[in-house]
Design a protein around this ligand. Structure first.
Ligand code: ATP
Length: 233
């Protein structure tokens, strides 16, 4: 069942067109990896989906309902959540309060504090620590937990491995299939293509604001993907 569907979406920063004619979809329980070089439009695509930047053309549908142009807080209530690049925790609040804030304006569903602690047991002993006392990996777990607390249907993750040690990234990536198992759609953006392709069912490669190549991650023709990534025609 299609959860998120974008049809011919465009986006601008003033006169500059950052996205053109983007069409893609994510099914319930599916993970889509969005890849592309610097400036390809990955972050802009996420901003459009989560309501931080209005699409200048096209349609964005969640469960068949047009959500384009709605403010971010209303999209949270409808089931779109984002783990932003840089985590953006409330550094003076405790882990538990940061998590609780995620439930505010969200939906009811399977994700509770207990479930988040099951997903990331490392956070249990840190529940009363403040955001600024945490390691980068713990902060990222809290940022993911906070997004899950709104019980989204569609979760967007921007560069969740940035600046983290590989062992911590492994820990976090191990949790992603458990999240998708609830029927949630995931859209992930990573610099590390191998990492994102390893958990996703399909990829979408952007180049200069357009979809240059899309397909299943299993048995991907790596040369074709690299050509699409670097714009070799
Ligand atoms: P990166 O991997 O470097 O984060 P990206 O694929 O996420 O890149 P975007 O950040 O979406 O790319 O940027 C797409 C294009 O839009 C780039 O040319 C960028 O310079 C431009 N751009 C991004 N943000 C703004 C902004 N606030 N104002 C004007 N132009 C912007």
């Amino acid at each position: 069942m299609t959860l998120l569907h974008l049809e011919n979406v465009a986006a601008h920063y003033d006169q500059f067109q950052a996205l053109r004619d983007i069409s893609l979809s994510v099914a319930a329980g599916e993970t889509l990896a969005v890849v592309g070089s610097n400036g390809a439009g990955k972050s802009t695509l996420m901003k459009v989906i989560c309501g931080a930047l209005p699409a200048s053309a096209g349609r964005v549908r969640l469960n068949g309902q047009d959500i384009a142009g709605q403010p971010a807080h209303r999209l949270t209530a409808q089931g779109i959540a984002m783990v932003p690049e840089g985590r953006r925790l409330f550094r003076s609040l405790t882990v538990e309060d940061n998590l609780r804030i995620g439930a505010y304006a969200g939906r009811k569903g399977p994700w509770t504090l207990e479930r988040i602690y099951q997903l990331f047991p490392e956070l249990v002993k840190r529940r009363d620590n403040r955001g600024l006392d945490l390691s980068g990996g713990e902060q990222q777990m809290v940022a993911i937990g906070r997004a899950l607390m709104s019980n989204p249907q569609m979760l967007l993750m921007d560069e969740i491995s940035l600046g983290l040690a590989p062992i911590v990234v492994n820990q976090i990536y191990r949790a992603l299939p458990d999240i998708a198992a609830e029927g949630m759609g995931l859209l992930i953006v990573e610099q590390d293509i191998n990492r994102s392709l390893s958990v996703a069912a399909r990829f979408c490669c952007l180049m200069e604001g357009r979809v240059n190549l899309t397909g299943p991650c299993a048995d991907t023709d790596r040369k074709a993907l690299m050509d699409a990534y670097f714009g070799v025609s």
